[in-house]
Design a protein around this ligand. Structure first.
Ligand code: XMP
Length: 525
């Protein structure tokens, strides 16, 4: 562990996932989290006998992977893993590596490859399969070219598929289990049951709960930070809000949050954030009102990339300016999440760590000589929300739609003016109000209004109007990488358009953006 990592799992029962490079290793972790089991994914290169001794797992899972065990130099677990005396589950490549390591045989394809849906039929009783095979076969997801042609001594076959005679194998006396398919993926509909059985058999008590996490994370933050000061950039988004509240609970006044108002926030947003954290939580909070600076620099700019660059640079300058005023600051808090830090196996040059650079303070820790404190780095997004609830943050904060760092600037194509921003804020507030009133907020991943750089002619009462057109945008998505437009009822759209035109001076035409991503992006710039 590097010195900036906290280890909230120190006293938890731990499961080790040895990663051989599968695309879906994260999903194994996800399934285990759902069972309240703490696990860590480590690339096989980093796992040696010393690591195993220190980590002391209660059980081990070998992930799948893209290599062939037949090839020289292909990934292997350390041999000592088989002597730990703990249950091991091998998946796909993990099965093959286990069979080969323990004296079985793996061969290449020749008509035995299987990709996609397959059906496994049972072959005898096995505790790992309890609750499975309610029918006479189970759907599973296969993705293998090589196959096991001879199982290792001590193993028996408990399930077969047309192209995998050793689809499910086990050496019950040693608690070693190995399957050819991927129980962690959606297309193995009952796969979670396998993990449930595995962790039960391994003796996990399910001690990975949010309440326990909270206590341990607080202890770990205190230990890491000592009596130094921590700076936390607060945007009002879920991650930074939860990180701030957790840190505050741990170190109180040693924490100072910096909230930068760049003049591109939504209606009442600055007031709400400041009120919540300063008045409710009594946090030390710097409200950096830098609206004039940002809007001044953006004046006359209409190119999307130029706007983003201006905002990004100013943000860092401003953040640094305020952070420099905080005495004895040694740490910068970031709301980095688990999917951002999972070490993935790179077959082109050793393990690589992907860490999301925070949109707004990227590069700052090095520049300012600060160490990082990342109290959410063990959590998935929905777990961050659960922790937020555990910490008493209101649902209105926890369940918020994502909001981009550059704010309304990228929802105002063309030139940004204060007048247009004001119109946009009002229209956006009406749209979100409509969505909430109709009970749709949680079904939609993100929703907002963009004000278009075009005025159109209309007629209101007996008079001609010449005002801005706006576009409503509402999408469904899982991760923001792909998205589809939300299929509102026509009545909803009609009612919303009427409300916006009636209630928001400056807009006389409303359109609904029905572009998916790809080919569009979610934001307009
Ligand atoms: P796009 O428009 O690329 O957006 O489809 C995908 C998601 O990312 C958000 N987004 C940003 N978030 N800083 C952020 O913090 C940014 O610069 C940024 N640009 C886009 C966007 O709101 C959507 O949720």
């Amino acid at each position: 562990m590097t010195d900036h990592l906290i280890d909230p799992a120190a006293s938890h029962e731990k499961l080790l996932i040895i990663d051989f490079g599968s695309q879906v290793t994260q999903l194994i972790a996800r399934r285990l989290r759902e069972l309240n089991v703490y696990c860590e994914i480590h690339p096989y290169q980093n796992v040696d006998d010393a690591f195993l001794a220190e980590f002391a797992p209660k059980a081990v899972i070998f992930s799948g992977g893209p290599c062939s065990v037949i090839d020289e130099g292909s990934p292997r677990p350390p041999e000592g893993v088989y002597d730990l005396g703990v249950p091991i589950l091998g998946i796909c490549y993990g099965q093959q590596v286990m069979m080969q390591g323990l004296g079985g045989l793996v061969e290449r394809g020749h008509g035995t490859a299987e990709f996609g849906r397959a059906y496994v039929v049972p072959h005898g009783e096995l505790e790992l399969l309890q609750g499975w095979f309610e029918g006479d076969k189970e759907q599973v997801w296969m993705s293998h070219g090589d196959h096991v042609s001879k199982i290792a001594p001590g193993f028996e076959v408990y399930g077969t598929s047309p192209n995998a005679p050793y689809a499910i194998t086990a050496d019950v006396s040693r608690n070693f289990y190995a399957v050819q398919f991927h129980p962690e993926v959606h297309h193995t509909p009952n796969g979670a049951k396998l993990y449930e059985n595995f962790v039960r058999m391994a003796g996990f008590s399910g001690d990975w709960t949010m309440g326990a996490y909270r206590e341990q994370a607080i202890a770990a933050i205190r230990e890491q930070v000592g009596d130094a000061h921590v700076i936390c950039g607060l945007s009002g988004g879920v991650d930074s809000s939860v990180a701030a509240v957790l840190l505050h609970e741990a170190i109180g006044d040693q924490l100072t949050c910096v909230f930068v108002d760049h003049g591109l926030l939504r209606k009442n947003e600055a007031e709400e954030v400041v009120k919540m954290f300063r008045d409710n939580y009594h946090m030390k909070l710097i409200h950096a009102d830098e609206r004039d600076l940002f809007l001044g620099e953006l004046d006359g700019q209409s190119d999307p990339e130029t706007k983003r660059k201006i905002i990004g640079k100013l943000f860092i300058d401003v953040f640094q300016k305020y952070a420099n005023e905080i005495e004895d600051a040694k740490f910068l808090a970031q709301g980095t999440l688990y999917p951002d830090v999972i070490e993935s196996v790179s077959f082109s040059g050793g393990p690589s760590v992907t860490i999301k650079s925070h949109h707004n303070v990227g590069g700052l820790p090095e520049k300012m000589g600060l160490k990082l404190v990342e109290p959410l780095r063990e959590l998935f997004k929905d777990e961050v929300r659960a922790l937020g609830a555990e910490l008493g943050l209101p649902q209105s904060f926890i369940g918020r739609h994502p909001f981009p760092g550059p704010g309304l600037a990228i929802r105002c194509p063309g030139e940004i003016t204060r007048a247009k921003l004001e119109i946009l804020r009002e229209a956006d507030a009406v749209f979100i109000d409509q969505i909430r009133k109709h009970g749709l907020y949680d079904d939609i991943w993100q929703a907002f209004v963009a004000i278009l750089p075009v005025k159109t002619v209309g007629v209101m009462g007996d008079g001609r109007t010449y005002d801005y057109a706006c576009a409503l945008r509402a999408v469904t998505s899982v991760d923001g990488m792909t998205a589809d437009y939300y299929p509102f009822e026509h009545d909803f759209l009609g009612e919303t358009a009427t409300r916006i035109i009636n209630e928001v001076p400056g807009i006389n035409r409303v359109t609904y953006d029905i572009t998916s991503k790809p080919p569009g992006t979610i934001e307009w710039e």
